[in-house]
Design a protein around this ligand. Sequence first.
Ligand SMILES: Cc1cc2nc3c(=O)[nH]c(=O)nc-3n(C[C@H](O)[C@H](O)[C@H](O)COP(=O)(O)OP(=O)(O)OC[C@H]3O[C@@H](n4cnc5c(N)ncnc54)[C@H](O)[C@@H]3O)c2cc1C
Ligand SMILES: *[C@@H]1O[C@H](CO)[C@@H](O)[C@H](O)[C@H]1NC(C)=O
Ligand SMILES: *[C@@H]1O[C@H](CO)[C@@H](O)[C@H](O)[C@H]1NC(C)=O
Ligand SMILES: *[C@@H]1O[C@H](CO)[C@@H](O)[C@H](O)[C@H]1NC(C)=O
Ligand SMILES: *[C@@H]1O[C@H](CO)[C@@H](O)[C@H](O)[C@H]1NC(C)=O
Ligand SMILES: *[C@@H]1O[C@H](CO)[C@@H](O)[C@H](O)[C@H]1NC(C)=O
Ligand SMILES: *[C@@H]1O[C@H](CO)[C@@H](O)[C@H](O)[C@H]1NC(C)=O
Ligand SMILES: *[C@@H]1O[C@H](CO)[C@@H](O)[C@H](O)[C@H]1NC(C)=O
Length: 589
Amino acid sequence: MDSCSFSFTFGIWWLLAVTNHMIQSIEGRSPESPLQCNQTLCTLHNSYGKWGDRKDCYALNATYPTTEEELLAAVSFAVKNNLKAKVVTRFSHTIPKLACPADRAAQSSFFISTERYNRQIQIDAANSVVTVVAGVGLRQLIDAVEAAGFSLVASPYWEGVTIGGLISTGAHGSSWWGKGGAVHDHVVGLSIVVPASQSEGYAKILRMEAYDPLFKAAKLSLGVLGAISKVNLRIEPSFKRSITYNFTSDVGLEDLYGEHAKKYEFADITWYPSQHTAVYRYDSRVPLNTSGNAVFDFIGFQATSTLVSEAVRATETMFEKSKNMRGKCVTAEGTIAFKKATANGLKNNGIIFTGYPVIGHQNKMQTSGSCLTSSSILSSCAWDPRIKGLFFYESTAIFPASIFRNFILDVKKLRDQNPEYFCGVDNYNGILIRYIKASDAYLGQSQDSIVIDFNYYRANDALTPRLNQDILEELEQMAFFKYGAKPHWAKNRIIAFLGVDKKYPNYNKFIGAKKQLDPQNVFSSNWSDEILFGKESEKSDGCALEGLCICSEHRHCSPQNNYYCSQGLVYKDARVCRFSNNSSLPFSV
Ligand SMILES: Cc1cc2nc3c(=O)[nH]c(=O)nc-3n(C[C@H](O)[C@H](O)[C@H](O)COP(=O)(O)OP(=O)(O)OC[C@H]3O[C@@H](n4cnc5c(N)ncnc54)[C@H](O)[C@@H]3O)c2cc1C
Ligand SMILES: *[C@@H]1O[C@H](CO)[C@@H](O)[C@H](O)[C@H]1NC(C)=O
Ligand SMILES: *[C@@H]1O[C@H](CO)[C@@H](O)[C@H](O)[C@H]1NC(C)=O
Ligand SMILES: *[C@@H]1O[C@H](CO)[C@@H](O)[C@H](O)[C@H]1NC(C)=O
Ligand SMILES: *[C@@H]1O[C@H](CO)[C@@H](O)[C@H](O)[C@H]1NC(C)=O
Ligand SMILES: *[C@@H]1O[C@H](CO)[C@@H](O)[C@H](O)[C@H]1NC(C)=O
Ligand SMILES: *[C@@H]1O[C@H](CO)[C@@H](O)[C@H](O)[C@H]1NC(C)=O
Ligand SMILES: *[C@@H]1O[C@H](CO)[C@@H](O)[C@H](O)[C@H]1NC(C)=O
């Protein structure tokens, strides 16, 4: 690329980042509650402010229990009055509509919020177990555990989640060591409030331990079995972590990912295909007496000034409109250079990055989210729906470790047709590669697995196609249909869930547990059924653009914008919306 435009853009990025740091150190504001009620209706949003279908989700009423007894009474109230119930949290960071009880037409729906059920954390030091009520936030838990001389080994990278919510969707960090990266695999018991007969008072509390036959269903249950009240988690004596990022070539990535996870307890890899770059995270546990008091304040989760978030979004939209792939590549290069210079937000002394390795306590290194705790109007999380900031999709696919190699090779083939295709993704986090271990949870992974995440631009308007729409759809369909990857339950566009019921060997056992615990389907809704049963819905004009369908006719794309349904470039069975200004179309589908 021409060096002038590079330094110009890098210059802008750097300036924005510096401005951001200055503003950020002044103040910021916390996200708004995702559940908003007035006299007639309660409305639930996800953290990005828009669900997959962009339609709001409602219930007529909400309740805010503060104790297990009140939670029991809330479930009892719902069952007695024949309501559809869903547990919601103060974060609502799940992207699909799992927590939606019904649409506005359904009069009989009820939210049970755990927002005020967040006061108890009990540490049993003798048995290395912490018992926590479901509404407790991850940060709150991690710090309490650390203060008692223990560490929570696995957790998601993002701290803005509750314990009940995160285990319900199988949330994870990254590890193939011990019990692995998924938090539900560290759960040793839980209590759940489920519907019951009239004589039992319409609801009851079940306390389960690891040997309970229903435990494998309950520790990852998408919220459809009942309301989890308490979770018992295994903890370990506190430790520190030593992290080094190696920004290097992606040559041989397909042969290195397995070894990498065996060598480093908390390994991950960030792959930027457009830049032929892989960033290997060398991340190991070190003894508590190792010197170092660092903090990992991940760049993407820092409070960003409204000015910066809106400028980045405006630039991205401008490149989208002018179909300027080159422009996106320039910003991707600048962003990656910035991440390299700042070690993704690792701060040796808690303030800045001064060099590798970066060593700090587990509670400061595993998970972050400093944009959550800001308190003013000048800055926020970059995606805060109250500003015109970032707005994107998040696809997350889970592969058996053994077949992941071929997936990488296919992505490389697609990339080699034109590396610029991937610049859009590389403006976010590229393709983040993480590890989780085999689990006995029915809706967990039955073998050692690899998880990938990639984010990409979402237009303000549902019917506007994106730049390289076809490539992103091919990547998505390749993962989920050619390689049969499983979707993360908390992320993804709806097409990723197609056929999900066939992908889990113990799926029927989960459905059996559901019938046993919630035979009246109090905790089910059309929305959670759509995810759990992975059924295809009716196709409408433009439905493929938002991942609501796979195109089979041009009208599912956007013929008015010259996007036509076509086949994939590498995965020929993919059906994707591709731009063409050739009037002698249509392609054969
Ligand atoms: C910026 C961001 C970063 C993320 N990073 C990661 C990551 O690194 N790794 C990862 O795996 N995931 C990640 N996620 C996804 C996130 O971990 C999950 O969406 C998680 O489920 C959110 O928890 P929550 O408390 O917000 O739950 P919600 O989204 O409110 O609820 C999730 C589901 O659980 C149910 N539920 C919640 N509480 C209970 C309860 N007490 N009893 C029964 N059911 C309940 C709800 O009904 C719903 O179905 C990220 C998401 C975002 C937006
Ligand atoms: C309550 O909120 C809903 C959804 O936002 C809105 O349509 C309705 O007008 C509001 N009602 C009142 C009385 O404010
Ligand atoms: C809302 O739910 C509470 C129970 O938490 C109940 O007492 C109240 O009557 C309900 N209100 C309506 C309008 O249904
Ligand atoms: C749920 O789906 C069924 C069948 O598609 C439909 O008839 C019903 O209206 C839907 N209900 C809600 C609340 O969306
Ligand atoms: C980074 O990875 C490359 C291989 O891609 C290796 O040659 C190099 O030694 C590594 N650097 C460090 C600091 O480990
Ligand atoms: C840490 O403690 C161990 C024993 O507990 C000791 O062998 C080691 O030398 C100590 N390391 C440092 C850096 O102090
Ligand atoms: C349209 O197609 C012609 C010929 O293939 C090409 O030169 C031109 O750049 C295309 N225009 C756009 C907007 O892609
Ligand atoms: C337009 O598409 C047709 C059919 O695919 C092809 O034969 C023709 O060469 C294309 N024309 C241009 C200018 O690209």
